[in-house]
Design a protein around this ligand. Structure first.
Ligand code: SF4
Length: 207
């Protein structure tokens, strides 16, 4: 086991015990403890992920993994080779007006400490935020169309990385099924597929 693998294992053991946010529904959902050059950031787990014990385990995940299969990595390989994180790692509960509650600013800030620690440990070459909330942790923008389909260079926590945002694959969103979202999604996936960190992930055996 490498030093990075050991460090991410210790980090996840601490993260699983976190109970900083009283409004969140446990358990803490984490992906596999993968030491990967590609770091995926979702919004927050949904209602089903707690029982299934892994991120993107339900309908949005099916759509997202179909996107990644199209650029060479199926779901099983993705979970084994890409580090999967989120803006918040617990289910925020339902919004009385429909859908899942969006995490509040304090919850986002509290959970960002885990995200920053992961960036420092993993030092990824490519960050893939999924959805507007995740993208806003790395980029300043107004509309999603301003940033999807482009590669951005950022420096965070002393780590320089490329950021290629994706729209959220939720069935509730039509953004990625209509223009310009459809074309911008294709452009973003092509950029991810040709990025050196992604090619590294494609070529390596699961670690
Ligand atoms: S959302 Fe994040 S900070 Fe809040 S309790 Fe869950 S793991 Fe902890």
């Amino acid at each position: 086991m490498t030093d990075v693998s050991a460090a991410i294992g210790r980090h996840q053991a601490d993260l699983r015990q976190c109970s900083r946010c009283p409004g969140m529904v446990p358990p803490v959902i984490v992906g596999n403890p993968v030491a990967s050059p590609v770091y995926l950031v979702g919004q927050a787990p949904g209602a089903k992920e707690g029982a299934l014990g892994k991120p993107f385990a339900w309908t949005a995940g099916k759509t997202m993994f179909r996107w990644f299969s199209g650029i060479g990595v199926d779901e099983e390989s993705f979970r084994a080779r890409v580090h999967m994180a989120a803006v918040c790692r617990c289910f925020p509960g339902k919004n009385p007006k429909g859908g899942d509650r969006v995490p509040d600013p304090l919850e986002i800030e509290q959970c960002s400490a885990w995200l920053r620690a992961e960036l420092e440990i993993l030092r990824p070459g490519l960050i893939v935020p999924v959805g507007k909330l995740a993208a806003s942790r790395f980029l300043a923008f107004g509309q999603l169309a301003e940033i999807v389909g482009k590669q951005h260079r950022v420096e965070l926590c002393g780590v320089a990385a490329d950021v290629i945002p994706l729209p959220h694959p939720s069935g509730a969103s039509t953004w990625h099924r209509r223009e310009p979202g459809k074309t911008l999604l294709e452009a973003a996936l092509a950029l991810i597929g040709s990025h050196p960190a992604w090619r590294d992930v494609c070529s390596r055996n699961a670690r």
